[in-house]
Write a protein of this length. Structure first.
Length: 165
């Protein structure tokens, strides 16, 4: 007697965690093994790097931390489950991110060209004040409180501008 056996390729189904013994779902579940691993690693990383990301108020930190963790677990659940290891998928993500970071942004270089325009510069007459050769030679006019202060170049430009306006 001749028998013919036909075998089809086995299809992998994701192993689920989080069903109750009677088959009911837990809140937000069921979760894949990848999601559980991402949750554990993400919780560890968030706990140890709280000094880096926890810059909000108490309520803000309680929203931001679990929010990032939920987003990571949700994204891990959306990974296609095929005959690929999660480590292979993660290394693909890292190589893609590295390519994005290390690839230079193409810039459009313009040819040299003439730029038109004009500039108006107002240069007031500068007062030149000679300093005494010896500091003991101060006159009574220089030491009196009624003496007019010496203006700097910037103060002179500002004064000239306010007079012209």
């Amino acid at each position: 007697m001749n028998e013919a056996k036909w075998f089809t390729g086995a299809r992998k189904f994701p192993q689920l965690v989080g069903r109750t013994p009677d088959g009911g779902k837990i809140w937000g579940g069921p979760y894949t093994i990848t999601q559980v691993a991402v949750f554990v690693v993400g919780l560890f990383v968030l706990w140890n790097t709280a000094w880096l990301w926890a810059r909000f108020s108490l309520v803000g930190n309680l929203v931001a931390g679990p929010g990032m963790l939920v987003a990571l677990v949700y994204a891990a659940g959306k990974l296609p489950f095929e005959k690929r290891s999660p480590l292979v998928v993660a290394s693909g993500w890292l190589s893609a991110a590295e390519r994005l970071i290390n690839t230079p942004v193409p810039a459009r270089v313009l040819r040299p060209h003439r730029v038109g325009g004009s500039v108006l510069m107002i240069i007031p007459d500068l007062q030149v004040v000679e300093e005494p050769a010896d500091s003991t030679e101060l006159t009574s006019q220089e030491t009196s409180p009624a003496a007019e202060p010496v203006l700097t170049g910037v103060q002179l430009l500002l004064a000239a501008r306010s007079q012209s306006c």
